[in-house]
Design a protein around this ligand. Structure first.
Ligand SMILES: [Zn+2]
Length: 415
């Protein structure tokens, strides 16, 4: 193994939207995440490239955009030709363990077990989710049994719908309405359904934020486990939508509530502070490898965020899968393109809530065109689609995923 290599703890807070965290000016109280950020680097403008769990995690852990890795729920992660974070770590002599909180990353459905010595998703198929405290306890037990460098990936699913904090009345005690954070009352209001009255919507949002507050408590033993010599990363696969005519879900919205994710990195040798440059989930893997002291020949698309660099125009989302929405931003400007080619611009300085559409800034249209050449440059590494489906997912798991809103598509056509 490389001399000076550091162990890695990489935490993904599924469905946690940065604007809701106190650390980012929101209302969810996150003191443990704030303490980690105080000793590390807080990235204030980090965004996902795809608003769906398995595809986004594949991008996070491979360092390439969805169109390049080619993996969707149901093909079992069998397409991408390049290495994953776990495969890189294992080839460098690390013990590798993943601890999974939700069915969307179940190994048969996602194929994310590639490169992990241990991929602990026990029970998620039957229960759909495991509480964060249980997942963290499993990770700690495994971590403490390792004697050399280790890479632990920890996936915590608690903030995902339904919003059921342990003590729901604690967070919005004045509410007298009848809505809760479950499908029992929100059925018909979810996705592009009927909007809730403002006070009821406020209550449901408070329940979501309560889940994040309770999730933060479970992070303390994880950070204590890691120790000062370990690279610790906390981020999310996507956020959650509470507006723009789309509610309590994420996979059909490209507004910042679903795109803006937390990103905190603490590592030996990384100066603490905040970094306001645009960052994407493709940037996390090159950053982690650099900070851990690991090299790779993998075709990574992102940049090393531990190094200074100029801000760039960012093609944020990958339009590969339906509904083929696409979003691009540069400082102060954002554009969202619909599948029919129509586009909506926003002035993020004057209108950070994206309520008043404006014309598309010229540099954004140019960035959209560059997306194609960037992806095509990686064609030699792109997913080689097999003649038939990959390992696939059984009909029962597919039905569970569909019930959660994760449509399991047919395998992609050869490209
Ligand atoms: Zn997710």
């Amino acid at each position: 193994m490389p001399s000076g290599a550091h162990s890695i703890v990489w935490v993904s807070l599924d469905t946690v939207s940065a604007p809701h965290l106190a650390l980012y000016g929101g209302r969810a109280d996150t003191p443990n995440l704030a303490a980690l950020a105080a000793g590390g680097r807080l990235y204030t403008r980090a965004y996902t490239h795809f608003v769906e769990t398995a595809i986004s995690h594949w991008t996070m852990l491979s360092g390439v955009l969805p169109e390049v890795h080619g993996n969707v729920p149901g093909n079992g992660g069998s397409l991408y030709q390049g290495p994953t974070a776990a495969e890189i770590a294992r080839s460098n002599g690390y013990a590798t363990g993943a601890f999974i909180g939700g069915i969307t990353l179940e190994k048969g459905a996602s194929g994310l077990d590639r490169g992990f010595d241990v991929y602990d998703d026990e029970g998620v198929r039957e229960r759909e989710t495991r509480p964060a405290a249980e997942v963290v306890a499993r990770a700690r037990t495994w971590w403490q049994a390792q004697s050399g460098p280790a890479f632990a990936f920890v996936h915590l699913f608690d903030a995902h719908f339904p919003y059921t904090p342990a003590d729901p009345r604690r967070y919005d005690p004045d509410y007298t309405g009848t809505f809760d954070g479950t499908d029992r009352t929100l059925h018909g209001h979810r996705d592009a359904g009927t909007p809730l009255p403002a006070r009821d919507l406020e209550h449901v949002r408070a329940l979501y934020e309560a889940e994040i507050t309770e999730l933060d408590v479970t992070l303390a033993p994880l950070f204590a486990m890691a120790g000062a010599d370990t690279v610790v990363v906390v981020t999310a696969d996507h956020g959650e939508s509470f507006g723009h005519g789309y509610f309590f879900n994420h996979r059909a919205s490209l507004h910042d509530e679903t795109l803006h994710v937390p990103l905190v990195v603490r590592a030996p040798g990384l100066a603490s502070g905040r970094d306001d440059r645009y960052a994407g989930l493709i940037d996390v893997l090159p950053t982690v490898l650099r900070l851990a002291g690991l090299g790779t020949t993998a075709p990574l698309m992102g940049k090393d965020l531990s190094e200074p660099g100029a801000d760039v125009i960012y093609a944020l989302t990958d339009p590969w899968m339906a509904p083929q929405l696409f979003a691009v931003r540069s400082t102060g400007a954002k554009g969202i393109w619909a599948p029919d080619g129509s586009a909506t611009g926003y002035d993020l300085v004057a209108d950070p809530a994206e309520l008043a559409p404006v014309a598309i800034a010229a540099q954004l249209a140019a960035a959209k065109q560059r997306y194609r050449s960037t992806v095509d440059a990686l064609a030699p590494h792109m997913a080689a689609a097999p003649a038939g489906p990959g390992r696939g997912v059984d009909p029962e798991t597919a039905a569970q995923l569909n019930a959660l809103g994760y449509t399991v598509p047919p395998p992609p056509a050869p490209r």
